[in-house]
Design a binder for this molecule. Structure first.
Ligand code: URA
Length: 207
């Protein structure tokens, strides 16, 4: 089963019942800050847990922190993040106060190499619990690592994107990683725009 499990905050009263979940998210972040479950802990400057509205209906999942994020302790603060912020603002009308953003691995792989399978596995419980506690309606995965961490599919991002995937109580919308869009030019950016419009419709329940 993928990482996206049952909505945690359901039931009568809905969102106002959720502040204990925010407290649990704070606890989880504290735990992650001292995590030594994999070798990335030895080379990180900061644990990059995630940022944004902990009660958001929309969550983005990236791959892992790069150099800028490792220094800042925040996800997507470099060029990729700036592109993502611009596209989300233009296509969805949202800024970072309105969504949550996190990565598959919370510590920077040295030299920006891909995260290794054992590093993804060590970090998996953090992402899983983040999704449960934030309890978003829509999860947008950015690139292949996030796609495969959240949605069990053998397909790569080229094949998987272009549609929304109902998964339990949520909808998963895969799109490209913004770093790929920075290299790939207009067609990739256009595809990301279309995916973000799809995510906006999914948020409205209009798919
Ligand atoms: N790329 C990612 O996948 N995550 C970040 O936080 C920054 C760049």
């Amino acid at each position: 089963m993928g990482l996206v499990t049952g909505r945690a905050g359901g039931g009568p009263g809905g969102r106002e019942l959720r502040s204990p979940l925010v407290a649990q998210l704070v606890c989880l972040e504290k735990q992650a800050r001292t995590c030594k479950l994999c070798a990335l802990s030895a080379t990180r400057t900061n644990v990059v847990f995630g940022t944004g509205d902990p009660e958001a209906d929309l969550m983005f999942v990236g791959e892992g922190p790069g150099h800028d994020e490792d220094i800042a302790g925040e996800p997507f603060v470099g060029r990729s993040g700036k592109l993502l912020d611009m596209l989300v603002s233009q296509e969805m009308g949202l800024d970072r106060t309105r969504f949550y953003i996190a990565n598959v691995v919370k510590c920077r792989p040295p030299g920006n190499r891909d995260p290794r399978p054992e590093e993804v596995e060590s970090c998996r419980p953090y992402l899983q619990r983040q999704i449960e506690l934030i309890d978003p309606v829509v999860v947008v995965t950015l690139g292949n690592f996030a796609l495969h961490a959240v949605l069990e599919t053998p397909d790569g991002i080229n094949k998987a994107r272009g549609r929304a995937y109902p998964l339990g109580p949520r909808v998963v919308v895969p799109t490209y990683h913004p770093a790929f869009a920075l290299r790939g030019g207009g067609d990739v950016v256009a595809a990301m725009r279309a995916d973000l419009i799809r995510a906006k419709r999914a948020l409205r329940g209009d798919l």
